[in-house]
Design a protein. Sequence first.
Length: 330
Amino acid sequence: MALVGGSSGHGPTLTAPATVVQERLYDSGGSADTWHTVAAAAGSVRFTRSGEVVVRIRTVRLVQALVAVLLALAVVGPAAPAQAAAPPVPHSMAALGDSITRGFNACGWYVDCPSRSWSTGSTTSVNSHLARLQRLGPVTAYNDAKTGAKMSALPGQAASAAAQGAQYVTVLLGANDACTSSESTMTPVSTFAAQVDSGLAALKAAPATPYVFIASIPDIKRLWAIGKDSSSARSTWALFGICQSMLANPRSTTTADTARRDRVQQRVRDYNAVLASACAAFGDHCRYDGGAVFGYPFTLSQVSTWDYFHPNTSGQTALAAVTWPTSYGW
């Protein structure tokens, strides 16, 4: 504000930059509550000879500022929540899961190939989680997964990881709960949920709670879709009785078989919903892949020709690439 000389009939005028639409007249010689509203031009505060002070209310500027803020919010939306900072790079990790995490059939005839594992594999081309972490510092790894394991094995595997002092734990488990000899032998969702909770409780009870990453269960209906027209895949599925809950009668288009496949796929979706919920309940030390593995459009060329079921080296590479960005941002 600037103090300038007053005009006839008035004292000095205090010029203000504010835009105003009304002013109030305060009688400095009277009581403090003697106010009179008067019309006035914008831009100054006048002191009259009688000692009365005209105080301008900066209504327009305030309203204009408020409108500007509201318009900005309407255009850009609310600010996105800040991303949590990545935790310290772990120096030890453990992989929990089934034959997928064991790299089964990825290097030979019906054998585990842990060196090809998406999680703890050492094969350079796979570029596993372990390999990515080791580029940041030394990391000791344990592969506690077991071929054929169902979710019922999670508590025991989790206890092993806790005893090993694993600071980072990956979990990819549950496909065998849906891939059974028949639809009727699939694990009930309520049982599956209780087993997940028990396994995560074992990890939370570790002396130092590890950072947990949970991958979604693959979409086994997609396996049927990409393999049903391959005579080799069909004969292998039948010969070895692979995932008959989904893969029985692979070329059938009957209502019964179509509905069965849909129900099995829905069971996998239900399992994944359990995993997502349990991870959220675990807290800041858990990341779920958001359905990345379930939604990945894998091809028949990424599946082992030994059984047309398990990922081969290319499939393991894809699993590592799909899951790593949804982990902790190291």
